[in-house]
Design a protein around this ligand. Structure first.
Ligand code: HEM
Length: 332
């Protein structure tokens, strides 16, 4: 039922125009006219049900009088706030830190931040691996620590505290295969500590850090530490075995690639180019380049420095991308 207002007016000069206004006197709506005394009327729309409101009485000389109309709100029973229990379970997307303390390494099972379960994840000998997720089970020869919540799906390992004990000088050089399914939400930027140059079964490996593209063929690396994902999703990392490192002998000359080798890799099946005196294998980038495959095909087998600079000088993303395909220096 709308506000029913009863008003007695004795001041001013009749007749009176009655308006109903909002409390700030900004919007006023005409209600009725009367000649004085007492009157009852309904508050006009759209202030029919609103309170508080102002009743504005304007007499025939345009003098205004205001009255406040306010209904005391009906008491609503106060609800006792129910305490929502705070979840006490483990964080579902936290930094999992698992360490192995023996020469054969360890394994464990965990659930990543998207609910995918990874069984028997390998922890290389005497090393620590970091993953984002929860629910670590089946720890074999490995010790677990839960860390802080992961940031943007990435677990940044803590900076190691320097120890005064002598450091282990030679860590095992292990070959890993890294693969990102094409269902992953992005490519990943992966960092590792390279050791041997030629991880089986391919003849070269990317420089660290490198972009691991989703849906691409596995990338093989030789590293003394377990690869770390700097940004992006966690790849499937498989340990292939020990890398067949040749005994390091002092190299008399700078190892590198010749322009003759570059010119031989001049097609979509094997596309090498040179940028600023470094040789790059762009084969797998041809069909992924946002600027079109033609721009990359044009560079195959040539020195692409000028073309790359003309298009991408001072752009960080193309430079990082290019770095992921580096083979080595160009011998002049
Ligand atoms: C040499 C190797 C090259 C690499 C590694 C490379 C890499 C990239 C990357 C990462 C982007 C995306 C940039 C972003 O998202 O901010 C990009 C875009 C682009 N690139 Fe390249 N690029 C190369 C060569 C070239 C060349 C030679 C050209 C032209 C002749 C070119 C033309 C373009 C254009 C037009 C875009 C923008 C596409 C768009 O925004 O729709 N690129 N490139």
């Amino acid at each position: 039922m709308p506000n029913q207002i009863t008003l007695t007016v004795s001041t001013g000069t009749p007749p009176y125009n009655i308006y109903v206004c909002d409390i700030t006197n900004t919007y006023c709506y005409f209600a009725t006219t009367f000649g004085g005394g007492t009157i009852t009327f309904d508050s006009p729309s759209p202030l029919g049900y609103t309170t508080p409101i102002l009743i504005k009485i304007v007499d025939s000389l345009n003098c205004e009088t205001f009255e406040l109309y306010q209904c005391v709100p009906t008491q609503t029973p106060t609800l006792t706030p129910t305490v929502t229990p705070t979840p006490t379970g483990p964080c579902t997307c936290c930094c999992i830190e698992v360490s192995s303390n023996n020469s054969s390494g360890g394994t464990f099972t965990y659930t990543d931040c998207f609910g995918n379960v990874f069984n028997d994840v390998f922890v290389p000998p005497y090393s620590t691996v970091y993953y984002c997720g929860s629910n670590v089970t089946n720890l074999v020869n490995a010790a677990l620590n839960y860390g802080s919540p992961c940031v943007n799906g990435t677990c940044i390992p803590p900076t190691p505290t320097p120890t005064l004990t002598p450091t282990i000088t030679s860590l095992p050089c292990i070959s890993y295969s890294l693969f990102l399914p094409n269902t992953s939400f992005d490519d990943a930027l992966v960092s590792f500590d390279p050791c041997c140059d030629n991880p089986p079964p391919i003849g070269y490996m990317p420089y660290s850090p490198f972009i691991l593209e989703r849906g691409n063929t596995p990338t093989f690396i030789c590293s003394t530490t377990y690869p770390i994902v700097l940004t992006g999703p966690n790849p499937i990392i498989t340990v292939i075995g020990t890398c067949p490192c040749p005994t390091p002998t002092p190299t008399p000359t700078v190892a590198g690639y010749t322009m003759t080798q570059v010119r031989a890799n001049n097609n979509a099946q094997s596309c090498w180019t040179v940028v600023n005196d470094y040789v790059y294998n762009l084969t797998s980038w041809i069909n992924s380049h946002p600027g079109g495959s033609g721009a990359i095909l044009f560079l195959c087998g040539t020195d692409g420095t000028n073309a790359f600079k003309a298009q991408h000088e001072n752009q960080s993303r193309p430079a990082i991308r290019l770095d992921g395909y580096k083979l080595g220096p160009l011998n002049k």
